[in-house]
Design a binder for this molecule. Structure first.
Ligand code: NAD
Length: 306
């Protein structure tokens, strides 16, 4: 297939490479030229604009930072809707707010285009390995057409319902993840402060009712789990910046729906403080530092002395 791919950042680049591996022909564009060149070297056709990327292709995929970028790339002057053929399938894999996703999909439908929202989980590692999960909102026929393409980049494809529901699933899942991560940080640091060995406490929790993904797979407390970002200084993983972004999307969507989300609002503020403190690029489990910074400082100075 001929595919236009717009947004070649941390996720878009490896997703393009997996599409190339499966034999698809790619036209690519990013507003940052340095991000286009390595993909051109890998065999993609470089284009000078999003619109150029979207002409004479079977599929357009967008992987952009957030709602305003998606709105402008699709609906802006010289945007995709001003050029794209009616037979072209549109896939937006960015994480954006569900209302914008529904609005853009509505315009696509009026023009006669199939469009799905297909935000992902799995992070950069999943994008590189081709094991992403796609949460899809849109018409079943659009999903059927998109499935062979999504399978080149991901392992799980979940149809969440009509347009915008992929985004609903994504931001509500991440709202729950942020709250459970903060709860895990509180429990882990309190138990430690009260005299328990953190690894022993995590073992108790993970065999008890406090267990959750943040405690048994991604424990934020240093020294508990070799495979978690806590074991490598919180470098890599899912950034605090992105968690703050998703919590803000969830809070905004809740406001628009008139639905209280009390703990999400607190989580959003905690992540705002954490990011403002210079931790935006660190994995989101680094929020444990807000509870135990004295402990981290002690261990760092002990390391230096050692
Ligand atoms: P990124 O910032 O690395 O990449 C986005 C790219 O879009 C940038 O290269 C930027 O230059 C480009 N861009 C912005 N506006 C543009 C425009 N008008 N025309 C062309 N290009 C434009 O972000 P990312 O980490 O690749 O994430 C992309 C999306 O995936 C986001 O919505 C993010 O929330 C979501 N996501 C990211 C991760 C992750 O771990 N990085 C995980 C899950 C979901």
């Amino acid at each position: 297939m001929k595919i236009g791919f717009i947004g070649l950042g941390r996720m878009g680049n490896p997703m393009c490479r997996n599409l190339l591996k499966h034999g698809h022909a790619l036209r690519v564009f990013d507003r940052v030229p340095e991000l286009v060149r390595p993909l051109a070297d890998a065999g993609c056709e470089a284009r000078q604009s999003a619109a150029q990327c979207a002409t004479e292709v079977d599929v357009v995929i967008t992987m952009l930072p957030s709602s305003p970028h998606v709105r402008s790339v699709y609906c802006g002057q010289d945007g995709l809707f001003s050029v794209v053929d009616r037979r072209t399938l549109l896939i937006d894999a960015s994480t954006i707010d569900p209302l914008t996703a529904r609005e853009v999909a509505g315009i696509a439908t009026e023009r006669g285009n199939f469009m799905i929202d297909a935000p992902v989980s799995g992070g950069v590692g999943g994008a590189e390995a081709g094991t992403l999960t796609f949460m899809v909102g849109g018409d079943q026929r659009a999903l059927d057409a998109a499935t062979p393409i999504l399978q080149c980049m991901g392992r799980n494809i979940v149809h969440c319902g009509p347009a915008g529901n992929g985004q609903v699933a994504k931001i509500c899942n991440n709202l729950m993840l942020a709250i459970e991560m903060i709860a895990t940080c509180e429990g882990m640091t309190l138990a430690t402060k009260l005299g328990m060995d953190p690894k022993t406490f995590a073992g108790v929790v993970n065999a008890s009712s406090g267990r959750c993904w943040s405690s048994d797979t991604y424990n934020p407390y240093p020294g508990v789990m070799d495979s978690a970002p806590a074991a490598r200084g919180y470098v890599g993983g899912f950034s605090s910046n992105l968690m703050l972004k998703d919590l803000t999307l969830a809070s905004d969507a809740a406001k628009a729906a008139g639905q209280p989300v009390v703990l999400a609002a607190v989580a959003q503020q905690l992540y705002q403080m954490h990011v403002s403190g210079g931790n935006g690029d660190l994995d989101f489990s680094s929020i444990v530092k807000m509870y135990a910074n004295d402990l981290f400082l002690t261990s760092v100075s002990a390391d230096k002395q050692g």
